[in-house]
Ligand binder design. Structure first.
Ligand SMILES: [Zn+2]
Length: 162
């Protein structure tokens, strides 16, 4: 290798480092400002201290939609609902005075407790509330609204991060 090439390689290496440091700083600043974390493949707005990488988050959402469509049909409707969804990851989540791991307030608003032992399972659980809500057209915050098939579907999804 000639000295010129060595210098070029060193410069490229340094600029890649600077670029990734800049990207990291921008993402950090966005999170500090409360901007959502972008999730690949979805328009879902994910706020707060996300318990996994955006890539795994996207795969979790993708699997949910794909498996739902295979078993029950209507995957497009569920995908649209997830695209419209805001998922807030917050500490010490309380609902009606009680600590909860997650809560679905409406088909477009979900809260997840970052202190939950299995936060990714909580997300899947809340997505089932969203999916049953949008496909049934009525409030599905009650677990009694779920069919045995829907419960089985939830149990058979990938247990990400476990
Ligand atoms: Zn629930």
């Amino acid at each position: 290798m000639t000295p010129g090439i060595i210098v070029l390689a060193a410069t490229l290496g340094a600029s890649a480092l600077v670029t990734s440091a800049l990207v990291g700083a921008v993402l950090w600043a966005l999170r500090r400002r409360g901007a959502p974390t972008p999730v690949p493949g979805f328009a879902t707005r994910v706020y707060g201290a996300v318990p996994t990488s955006p890539e795994v988050y996207g795969r979790l959402l993708e699997e949910f939609v794909g498996e739902w469509d295979k078993r029950f049909g209507g995957g497009d409707e569920v995908r649209r609902a997830i695209d419209r969804l805001s998922i807030h990851h917050i500490r010490d989540l309380k609902h009606r005075g009680e600590t909860v791991w997650g809560v679905t307030l409406s088909p477009s608003t979900v809260y997840v407790n970052t202190g939950a032992p299995r936060p990714l399972r909580v997300i899947q659980h809340e997505l089932l509330h969203v999916a049953t809500w949008v496909t049934s057209g009525r409030d599905a915050t009650d677990h009694g609204a779920w069919t045995p098939e829907q419960r089985r579907f939830l149990g058979e999804l990938t247990k990400w991060g476990e």
